[in-house]
Design a protein around this ligand. Structure first.
Ligand code: FAD
Length: 285
């Protein structure tokens, strides 16, 4: 059980995504073969918000669980799904012996009307967690946001909502990426005072190019500390130097977390196996 590892030895895990283009999707299996050599405690696989590409998530999750023999967490979003859609996906996961789901609301797809959005079956992730708990054998994780979710007007209200996921049956959380550990420590402290008692995995995203940083801020809303913008200023023009500096930043971030008692690390690999390997080697050198 993953839960036992969180509490005892701690975990080092990876996130991968199913590439969109058919030709590229096949390469995801090579990515997984390479990542498996690093012996992660689990690998999570992302999911399209509307659920339209759920088959790709399921295919990769099946491969990780049953061919590579590594515990898998299949992400699942509910924003564009009906109850029966979630049950169909759950049944397939069950048939493939994939027992863990990261239960997410997801972001509203661009082509979803106001009416469709308002009438969705599951308003929030906690509704989905309660439903899956009631109707399936799956174990659920939820997402959390060390700098608050962008729709929340305060950290306080976001934490009041976060605890609803724990109450609904989430067994652990995986955090949004962050680049300044102080935000994470402050979040852990506030979450603890709110009564969050389930394990939290710290989400770390290595920034290996200047371009990636722009996309990352837009998608995650995470703050960028001066130490990281300084790296971009110093190395942004040189591809290989920037890659090395970004990897070094992630290693230092993870070491600092571990020195401060954070033992569950989830690496957003972006399917880059060399980067993941260099980070693991750097952390456990
Ligand atoms: P929720 O928990 O529903 O929260 C969304 C907002 O609503 C928050 O502001 C929260 O405070 C508020 N809220 C929550 N519950 C309630 C309630 N009961 N009443 C009132 N307000 C409430 N997206 C994908 O499409 N695919 C992925 O694979 C994916 N993987 C992710 C992995 C991680 C680790 C993280 C952190 C995010 C991931 N996302 C993914 C992005 C995620 O879908 C978005 O951040 C989305 O906007 C919120 O999803 P959620 O499950 O956190 O939503």
């Amino acid at each position: 059980m993953l839960q036992d590892m969180f509490e005892s030895k701690g975990t080092f895990s990876f996130e991968v995504f199913p590439p969109k283009k058919e030709g590229e999707f096949e390469k995801a299996f090579d990515v997984l073969n390479e990542l498996s050599k690093l012996a992660p405690d689990f690998i999570s696989v992302t999911y399209g918000a509307g659920g339209s590409r759920s088959g790709k998530t399921l295919e990769l999750a099946d491969y990780i669980q049953n061919t590579l023999g590594i515990d898998t967490i299949a992400h699942m979003t509910c924003v564009g799904s009906k109850k029966e859609d979630l049950l169909a996906v759950s049944e397939q996961l069950n048939a493939n012996n994939v027992n863990y789901v990261l239960a997410l609301r997801g972001d509203r797809p661009a082509d979803m009307s106001d009416g469709q959005y308002a009438a969705r079956d599951f308003l929030h992730a906690n509704d989905m967690i309660a439903f899956l708990r009631e109707n399936t054998q799956l174990h659920m994780a939820g997402a959390c946001y060390p700098e608050k979710h962008f729709e929340s007007f305060s950290m306080e209200s976001d934490l009041n909502n976060l605890i609803k996921k724990q109450d609904a049956g989430a067994e652990f959380f995986i955090s949004q990426m962050f680049f300044d550990n102080d935000y994470y420590y402050s979040f852990l402290d506030k979450a603890d005072r709110k009564g969050i008692s389930i394990p939290i995995c710290a989400g770390i995203m290595p920034i290996t190019s200047a371009k990636q940083l722009g996309t990352t801020i837009t998608l995650s809303g995470s703050s960028i500390p001066k130490a990281l913008t300084d790296l971009i200023a110093a190395y942004g023009d040189n591809k290989e130097d920037m890659r090395k500096a970004g990897i070094d930043y992630a290693i230092r971030q993870i070491r600092d977390l571990q020195e401060n008692g954070v033992n569950n690390i989830h690496l957003y690999t972006m399917n880059k196996t060399k980067t993941a390997r260099e980070i693991m080697e750097g952390v456990y050198r």
